[in-house]
Design a protein around this ligand. Structure first.
Ligand code: 26M
Length: 849
């Protein structure tokens, strides 16, 4: 079938080189004989794009002709990474292109390395969106993504010699982006500010006028499926001034004023907000959210109208998935369109809305639940605030009907949180405005139902609330990042990867091979070569030499208190102190270990510097900067870097323990790190990590997991068997009580956990320099200890010892590794996206002939 699908795509090496040279001469206007690698990348990309375009056009045409129900994935973040390698693999053209560019004197590896990551996301939530697009296309599902075309993606991280995180903008579009198609013909006007006047004519209608209007222009990114013709679309919006600039100001000689309005329009899509989990209340962020939801809905509605069906049938043709609460304004926006523009009665409009939207929650951390100040909404979106108040009134009336006189419940469930200022609770609005609500792993979905949305479960019934455990695409996270392992799997299973990559549970057929010594050797040799590949990468980029005979121990994720990178570094210090006290004889039994960290911390001042002139007088007094900096995570980076400096140089220990903080973590860096890991750490306080997805990536590549009983770790252990993972720490039900004890019956840390107290004291004593810098961080553990480091430290150290012990028996270790990969089938994002398609969106696969 695949071969049949490919009949339009030219797969001959000779025609590949022809198209390459043609793009060099015409699209790039350069000479083939003195082309550099960047030029070669651009030419290769444009040539591959030609292939994608054929399929993309065909897919769009068939969707239009057949008008099946479609789903739209609204996400403020799409962490796509690089495209060329992925496109070549999905098209099945990697070998042909490699041969083609070789003929012309280039190496495919060098060419691939020219591409910049498309890093339009912060972390898990954004990468999940990217995996879901890959799976949707691969499963031939009619799903489009909608997002923003940020001029600057996630900041580039630099680490100063002292260990401070410095941030630089990420101008990812500077070399031109061959993967996007500007659609200057697809543009919508989006209004901000102004005033909303109710008509009071017996209808719920109002007129919203005045204010500022900006233009949303579409850029399309092709999303090829794996071994299928289906090529879906990711539509990203760019903001532009509606008119070049303000002519009145210009003619009046006010030139600055004239460009100001055009600057403020362009600012909307200038930069991705670099926070995950917190930082709300910023007007520009709210503008981004509305700009994007309004443009996306207008586009979806226009497409629906082309089918020519009555508006009441909208939910039969359209499902919209809200990736977290960021696009929740789509709910009042669709109400506004239906009521003010389509003249529908309130009840009909609400019926349409609540059958169209689906909401995925990605966190239960209370500080991460999105809220917007009422005065800000009133100023920026006056009509939407009216609608939110109307939704709230009707909603609370129905709650009152079901629970008469329960005033506490009404206050708890109100969309408006009382206070100064009042705030709109976006998760509640997303919940009541949606057909279904889901969490992203079993434990997390249970927590959603029993904590933040408990009252809503009682009111709306349990069947509205579900779980879809996250998944990852095995194309990028196995075939692409670990080609040798992928090839070994194909030979062993005796099936083409075209089959098992789309039916990942077939990996189970590897299980009998655990008893095959030759196979185990091959398996281990591939891991070893991946470790050497990582070492080579670190050598060439950072000039550091890494001991590839050591166990590779990896923790890579956003820096956050709840993820407990601090627990890891304190564990490293504990190991160091233990090694220092060992005799030469004792040391002989110790297996060397290399610990890797990578991850970005939310920066303090970043947007202000990038978007416009700083709104605060600079330079600020030092104490003020210290107060504004999210100090915990920044100090943790600093501690890691300074510990690395000491222990990597210590002749007593350096052969047995070394430590690296790799700057500027990205999708591309993850693709090198993950296949090289022997063990990876996922050690959040129980109940705080909704799912985690890198845990799945490591395990799929045969890395073992060291973690807490949290998020998807639990389901991974269920699949691979508890004897193949290393679990430690308190369980979720204990957390609340432990925190209570910390507050009301604190025990001095020396008494409670002497091993941890000793580590903290060594840091305080200046063993790693900068003693006073770390004091605030250490004190969060000594007092309060919200993330329970002191409760979990001993069992963490014990688990690390078990890892050491297990690693000594290499035969058994490799068996565990094979078993782990073999049982990861469940975590394919194909499984996840099919659950959404069947149980939520009610859409069907479309074969593109
Ligand atoms: C908020 C305000 C301002 C700017 C940005 C944000 C914001 C950005 C990202 C808030 C939350 C964001 O993402 C949360 C997130 O990434 N959650 C993670 O989602 C993954 C996919 O479901 C899970 O695997 C992780 O456990 C969860 O932490």
């Amino acid at each position: 079938v695949w071969k049949e699908c490919m009949r339009d795509v030219d797969t001959e090496v000779s025609s590949i080189t022809k198209s390459f040279v043609n793009h060099v001469q015409t699209s790039l206007a350069r000479q083939p004989y003195n082309l550099d690698n960047l030029g070669a990348y651009q030419a290769a990309a444009l040539s591959v794009r030609d292939n994608l375009l054929v399929n993309w056009n065909e897919t769009a045409l068939q969707y239009t002709r057949k008008a099946p129900k479609r789903a739209y994935y609204l996400s403020l973040e799409f962490l796509m990474g690089r495209t060329l390698d992925n496109a070549l693999l999905n098209l099945g053209l990697k070998d042909q292109y490699s041969q083609g560019v070789k003929k012309l004197g280039f190496s495919m590896e060098d060419i691939l390395d020219q591409e910049r990551d498309a890093a339009l996301g912060n972390g898990g939530l954004g990468r999940l969106a990217a995996c879901y697009l890959d799976s949707s296309a691969s499963q031939e599902l009619p799903v489009w993504g909608y997002g923003l075309r940020y001029k600057y993606g996630i900041f580039q991280q630099l680490i100063s010699p002292a260990g401070e995180q410095l941030e630089a903008p990420d101008p990812w579009l500077d070399n031109q982006n061959p993967w996007e198609l500007p659609r200057l013909d697809v543009a919508y006007e989006v209004r901000f500010y102004g005033h909303a006047d109710r008509l009071n004519d017996g209808t719920p209608r109002a007129v919203w006028a005045g204010g500022q209007e900006v233009l949303a222009v579409a850029y399309d990114v092709m999303i090829p499926g794996c071994y299928t013709k289906t090529t879906n679309n990711l539509r990203l919006w760019e903001s532009k001034p509606k008119r070049g600039f303000d002519l009145n100001s210009f003619n009046a000689g006010n030139y600055e004023g004239a460009v100001e309005s055009s600057n403020s329009a362009a600012a909307i899509t200038s930069v991705l907000y670099p926070n995950d989990h917190t930082s709300f209340g910023k007007e520009l962020r709210l503008k981004q959210q509305y700009f994007w939801t309004a443009a996306s809905l207008a586009d979806i509605l226009r497409r629906f109208k082309n089918i020519g069906k009555p508006i009441t049938e909208f939910p039969d043709y359209v499902a919209i998935q809200l990736n977290d609460t960021h696009p929740t304004l789509a709910i009042p926006e669709l109400m506004r369109i239906l009521i003010d523009e389509e003249d529908q009665p309130w009840a009909t409009a609400w019926q349409i809305v609540t059958n169209t939207f689906f909401y995925t929650n990605h966190t239960v951390l209370p500080e991460a639940l999105e809220k917007w100040p009422v005065p800000l909404l009133e100023h920026l979106l006056p009509r939407h605030l009216q609608i939110i108040y109307d939704i709230n009134l009707l909603f609370l009336q129905s709650v009152e009907k079901k629970f008469p006189g329960d005033r506490d419940r009404l206050a708890r469930m109100s969309l408006i949180e009382e206070g100064f200022p009042k705030q709109v609770r976006m998760a509640y609005l997303a919940c009541i405005g949606s057909r279904k609500v889901n969490g992203v792993a079993e434990l997390h979905s249970d927590l959603v139902k029993t904590t933040i949305l408990k009252d809503f479960v009682e009111f709306e019934g349990i069947s509205k609330f579900g779980n879809v455990t996250n998944g990852i695409t095995p194309r990028r996270w196995l075939d692409q990042c670990n080609p040798e392992l992928s090839a070994l799997i194909s030979t062993t299973l005796k099936v083409d990867k075209a089959v098992w990559l789309k039916e990942l549970t077939r990996l189970e057929e590897l299980l009998p091979k655990t008893e095959d010594e030759a196979f185990r050797k091959e398996w281990a040799a591939i891991k070893q070569r991946n470790k050497e590949r990582l070492a080579h990468h670190v050598q060439t980029t950072l000039g550091l030499t890494i001991n590839t005979k050591a166990m590779f121990d990896v923790q890579i994720k956003r820096l956050h208190e709840y993820k407990r990178q601090t627990l890891n570094i304190l564990g490293v210090i504990h190991r160091y102190l233990t090694l220092k006290n060992m005799t030469a004889e004792e040391k002989k039994k110790v297996n060397p270990r290399v610990v890797f960290f990578a991850g970005k911390a939310a920066p303090a001042y970043y947007i202000a510097k990038l978007v416009s002139a700083p709104s605060l007088p600079l330079p600020l007094p030092l104490y003020f900067i210290a107060w504004l900096t999210p100090f915990g995570t920044h100090q943790t980076i600093r501690l890691i870097v300074n510990v690395a400096r000491i222990i990597n140089e210590d002749p007593d220990t350096k052969d047995l323990l070394s430590l690296y903080f790799l700057p500027d973590y990205s999708v591309s860096l993850a693709e090198v790190l993950i296949p090289a890991s022997d063990i990876s750490q996922h050690i959040s306080t129980a109940g705080t990590e909704a799912s985690g997805t890198s845990n799945m990536k490591f395990c799929l590549n045969g890395g073992l997991l060291l973690g807490t009983v949290d998020g998807a770790n639990i389901e991974i252990a269920e699949e691979v068997g508890e004897s193949n993972v290393f679990f430690f720490g308190h369980l979720t039900p204990a957390v609340e009580d432990l925190r209570y004890q910390h507050t009301y019956h604190p025990i001095p840390i020396e008494e409670k956990c002497p091993a941890l107290a000793n580590v903290l004291n060594q840091v305080s004593a200046g063993l790693f320099g900068d003693a006073d810098v770390y004091e605030p961080l250490l004190n969060t553990i000594r007092q309060g200890d919200h993330y329970l480091l002191s409760d979990d430290f001993d069992s963490y150290i014990a688990a690390l010892a078990m890892v050491d012990e297990a690693y000594l028996d290499q035969t058994e270790w490799v068996k565990k590794s094979i078993r782990t990969t073999a049982k990861m089938g469940k975590f394919s994002s194909d499984r996840a996206i099919n659950e959404y398609a069947e149980s939520y969106w009610n859409i069907e696969a479309q074969r593109i002939a």
